[in-house]
Design a protein around this ligand. Structure first.
Ligand SMILES: NC(=O)c1ccc[n+]([C@@H]2O[C@H](COP(=O)([O-])OP(=O)(O)OC[C@H]3O[C@@H](n4cnc5c(N)ncnc54)[C@H](O)[C@@H]3O)[C@@H](O)[C@H]2O)c1
Length: 238
């Protein structure tokens, strides 16, 4: 299978790309390495992907219509007999950012997505998987999400909209306690009122993901958070 994966240097995109490359798929990554958070982390992820011979990167903005068109041309070029997919994860995340930068949000998340939809149709791509926002349904753990996204690419259901999440609501303070436990110290906490864009509660119904993707979350936050803290300490040499 050949997959055009936008947001390949991002948190989810990088891990999905790795999972696809490890099983032998060809991946065309697409990312602009924007500075929404430390671009050096994105460069390090990308360097890991570029070690794989079946990976190549397009370093461009998803709002650059010509560059996206070229990437789609590359996806379908000589692909007869090879299945093609687009996995669209490049987006401007962060609800608060959308309040400060509404124009950028619309350009990156709405206009660019329209390009992707049009080009999928024009290039007769075999399937498209894309992500919505965690504000719709709550946080979840990475390993489960990667498994769910890869399953969505493989199963290629028509018009399937479903939630990938932990399937239960976690208290924010419990989340913070888990981080404190993993760090071995209590955090300095400053309690503020609800901020613009905050949601009171998020929750996901996994019925469709279970039925159509065989999705079953397996990672508890009590396991996931210590692993994240270990990674963070190692990465930043703490
Ligand atoms: N991480 C989560 O908990 C979570 C939960 C639900 C949904 N999502 C959605 O999944 C998708 C990926 O999330 P993530 O956590 O990997 O985010 P991320 O910010 O780590 O990754 C997004 C990647 O897209 C790239 N990108 C952004 N705008 C771009 C543009 N205009 N052109 C080219 N590249 C661009 C960024 O450089 C980044 O590498 C997003 O749509 C996000 O809303 C994430």
């Amino acid at each position: 299978m050949r997959v055009l994966l936008t947001g390949s240097a991002g948190f989810i995109g990088f891990h999905v790309a790795r999972a696809l490359l490890e099983r032998g798929d060809e991946v065309i990554g697409y990312d602009n390495f924007n500075p929404y958070y430390d671009p050096r982390l994105k460069e390090r992820r990308n360097a890991i992907l570029e070690e794989q011979p079946n990976f190549r990167l397009v370093r461009a903005d998803i709002g650059d219509r010509e560059a996206v068109q070229d990437a789609f041309d590359d996806l379908v070029r000589g692909a007869s007999g090879t299945e093609t997919r687009v996995c669209h994860l490049a987006a401007q995340a962060g609800v608060r950012h959308s309040i400060d930068q509404p124009n950028q949000f619309v350009r990156d998340n709405v206009q660019a997505f329209t390009y992707v939809l049009e080009l999928c149709r024009d290039h007769e791509v075999g399937g498209l998987v894309y992500a919505s926002s965690s504000s719709v349904y709550g946080n979840s753990t990475l390993d489960d999400i990667v498994t769910g996204v890869v399953s969505a690419i493989d199963r290629n259901h028509e018009d399937l909209v479903c939630n990938l999440a932990a399937g239960r609501t976690e208290e924010l303070m419990e989340f913070i306690r888990q981080i404190e436990r993993s760090c071995g110290r209590e955090g300095d906490k400053e309690f503020l009122p609800m901020q613009p864009g905050d949601v009171v509660r998020t929750s996901a119904d996994l019925t469709r993901a279970r039925e159509y993707l065989g999705y079953e979350p397996t990672t508890e936050i009590a396991d996931g958070i210590p692993r994240f803290v270990d990674w963070y300490r190692e990465y930043y040499g703490l």
